[in-house]
Design a protein around this ligand. Sequence first.
Ligand SMILES: [Zn+2]
Length: 437
Amino acid sequence: MRTSIVPTSVGKTKITDPLFGAYVQMVAHQVIPYQWEAINDRIPDAEKAYCIENFRVAAGLQKGVHRGAIFQDTDLYKWLEAVAFCIAYGESEEFRPIADEVIDLIAQAQEPDGYLNTYFTIECPDKKWTNLTEGHELYGCGHLIEAAVAYYQATGTRKLLDVACKFADLVDRTFGAEDGKCHGYPGHQEIELALVKLYRVTGEKRYLSLANYFIRQRGSKPNYLLEEMAGRKGNNVFPEFAEYDDKYAQIHCHPVDQTTAVGHAVRAVYMYSAMADLAMEYEDADLQKACETLYHNIVDKRMYLTGGIGSSGKLERFTTDYDLPNDRMYCESCASVGLMMFSQRMASLTGNAGYYDTVERALCNTVLAGISKDADRYFYVNPLEVWPDNCLPSTSMSHVKPVRQKWFACACCPPTLPEPWHPWASTSTPRATRRCM
Ligand SMILES: [Zn+2]
């Protein structure tokens, strides 16, 4: 029988360490309130999120257009997930009525068939699922599911979980290997690991099967995303995708055959996390071997001593072994959170506590540095060396901010950073101790 390391269950652990305990308290009492103001666009001189506003427009509560990134909805889902972790910890109860109210708003923005994405609902409802490469609909569904699972586990209330299941059911009816379904998969991985969580909390095997389909289908020929990109003839949402290639989104071969960490770093570690989950659920030795090989390629050859990954500022990606510049790198905060998630799952999968060295390395360096002690400033990019006067447009370091920022219009790192401080945040309780509903 496999010796497994089982993560602590939600709400079962208290952290009294002076460093980490202080961060847990800071998240509950400073980060959650600050980020609520940020996603409501009430932080003076900060980049606008437009997040809640987009939901209000999609719900029909106000007139307007969609503003912000195509994946802006995830700001709210990540905020709700962090609120859930805090409530489970016994903090942030004062935010529960606010969370419940905004969950009602999310439900109002959901379409009758379960579809939920404010960009496509507001701007181009006839274009749903037509741009999986860039559209982030499945990515957004993943973060919704993660928030819903966390909120259900923290509060026992089902409303957000029901919203998430309704969307996941639509995704399940839309995608799959069966005739008549779309044979595509996410351009940005995330939903795969979320579907495993949804399976573990609901017991619905089809969510696990859908996660497995999304991973297995990646890299199949003909290549779905490359054909989709070719069909758009350069009419891309993201201008930088003019340089899109099959390694960027880890679609150059089937994940089980991948041996080096390539492409966009966040996409990569989210996918590897799901692979580790699936290796555990299906007891798949080949998938576990691929995870071990990819993990060692990262940690032995493509990771900074800070736990940062993604050494190219261009396309936020892995490059080659030992290419680790100190100043021009990307090392996105989310990538290090994702590396923690992957490493924690590998410890659970193998029973080898050594994987926690990488969890600790990322948490105590890049992740810790990503958020200020006052909880109101954030790093998105984490270089080891900064020459402030050279962080200018049209330089190789234009992506580097010399000081932490109040917010980023590109929804991503600030709402990810509150999550890793809770011991149960990076994964969900695996099958062996899964709660039954
Ligand atoms: Zn990020």
